[in-house]
Write a protein that binds this ligand. Structure first.
Ligand code: NAD
Length: 374
């Protein structure tokens, strides 16, 4: 008989309840435990699903005999919940972001590596569900396939994160240094930052300009421009805001062999007939230009629940040894970019990667100490 994975969900808020719903309808999974520090909430979900209710992660891990958990608590608590699970040899699917800062992210990864010495088949996954979006998969396929040749520039304007003051006021922890450790880069953009590093890898140098509470009465950043320099010469721009309406979501990727444009859900490839770099160097024509042709790239229909797809794949990875959508360790990329942009903005200097985690933590701690208590 096929094994049924005993699973638990830690954190039953906006996203945790979606995971409870998904797991309750999934093959080869038994939702055995739900956990929330809000005891009433845990009991409510337990009554609905037949799972056992816990108000402490440690109690759940010690008593519920789980194979795997989904960590869906606020960002700062990802580190304690994930490490506690690894210490019990329990597989982890962690919500984004991996952690608020690189130091905590490294602690989670170290705990996973230690646990694997005793449990070599232990799996650690990130909930980067946007990697499963058909358009995103197609962009990855085109970039990784080398269609654009040597990459020159990637510019991502994503200002489709409009948030009202009422949204920020809806939770006292929201958009505070103590409660979230950051703003748009920590809360809204981990998926975009992950996509950036998934497509292009990490840059070597980062410059950031982050405006704190520019359009909202909040402590943290709500409008950001990041500038990235990569080995090999490619540059990147990452422009995001929670204050623009109508927002833009435009990703432009330029290589020597053409330009891939993703905007308004449509993907267009403008292919050069020859390399623009070679042409520029070798053409004798003073006002010459490279001939190109444009075509729309078809995109398949998406899955109803991208979170469900990542979770299914997590279950399959544990039971069948198949690959994950995103390995846990890959979560460090988005955290690195977020921290580097903010460190650069705080200090007014370009930041070299790999990032010194302590430098960012010192800056963050100073803002937590001076900021709102939550
Ligand atoms: N992948 C996605 O698309 C997506 C979407 C939304 C949120 N998230 C991420 O999920 C996490 C949770 O976000 P949310 O919007 O659901 O938050 P939320 O505030 O709605 O819910 C968090 C829940 O965790 C509980 N909780 C807090 N500390 C706890 C602890 N130590 N142990 C057990 N329970 C605890 C709270 O009582 C609350 O019920 C965040 O890190 C967020 O970035 C991801």
């Amino acid at each position: 008989m096929t094994k049924s994975l005993q699973m638990g969900v830690i954190g039953l808020g906006n996203i945790g309840r979606q995971h409870v719903h998904n797991l309750s309808h999934m093959q080869r999974v038994t939702l055995a435990a739900v956990c929330d520090i809000d005891t009433g909430r845990a009991q409510e979900f337990a009554a609905q699903t037949g799972a056992r209710a816990y108000s402490s992660v440690d109690a759940m891990l010690q008593q519920a005999k789980l194979d795997a958990v989904i960590v869906a608590v606020p960002h700062f608590d990802h580190v304690t919940a994930a490490i506690a699970a690894f210490e019990q040899g329990v597989h982890v699917l962690c919500e984004k972001p991996l952690a608020v800062h690189v130091g905590d992210g490294q602690k989670i990864i170290a705990a996973y590596e230690t646990a694997r010495r005793h449990h070599p088949n232990l799996r650690f996954a990130m909930m980067f569900n946007e990697r499963t979006f058909p358009a995103h998969k197609k962009i990855k396929e085109i970039v990784a396939g080398g269609t654009l040749g040597r990459l020159v520039r990637a510019t991502w304007i994503n200002t489709r994160w409009f948030r009202t003051q009422a949204y920020y006021d809806s939770g006292s922890w929201r958009a505070t240094w103590a409660g979230e450790g950051g703003g748009i880069l920590t809360n809204q953009c981990p998926h975009n930052l992950d996509m950036y590093q998934w497509l292009f890898g990490l840059p070597t140098r980062v410059q950031g300009h982050a405006h704190l509470g520019k359009y909202h009465a909040i402590e943290v950043e709500d409008e950001v421009t990041g500038y990235f320099e990569h080995e090999g010469g490619m540059v990147g721009h990452f422009i995001v805001s929670t204050a623009e309406s109508p927002g833009t979501n435009r990703l432009e990727i330029v290589g020597e062999l053409g330009r891939l444009l993703f905007e308004d859900g449509a993907l267009t490839l403008q292919a050069n007939e020859v390399s623009m770099i070679t042409y520029s160097q070798e053409s004798k024509d003073v006002w010459g230009g490279v001939k190109s042709s444009s075509r729309a790239i078809p995109i398949e229909q998406g899955d109803a629940s991208s979170h469900g797809v990542v979770t299914e794949q997590f279950v399959a990875a544990i039971l069948d040894g198949s690959p994950l959508i995103a390995e846990g360790v890959e979560g460090l990329g988005a955290v690195t970019l977020a921290n580097a942009i903010m460190l650069s903005s705080f200090t007014g200097q370009m930041v070299e990667l790999p990032l010194d985690p302590k430098r960012f933590e010192v800056e963050l701690q100073a803002r937590i100490d001076a900021g709102k208590k939550v």
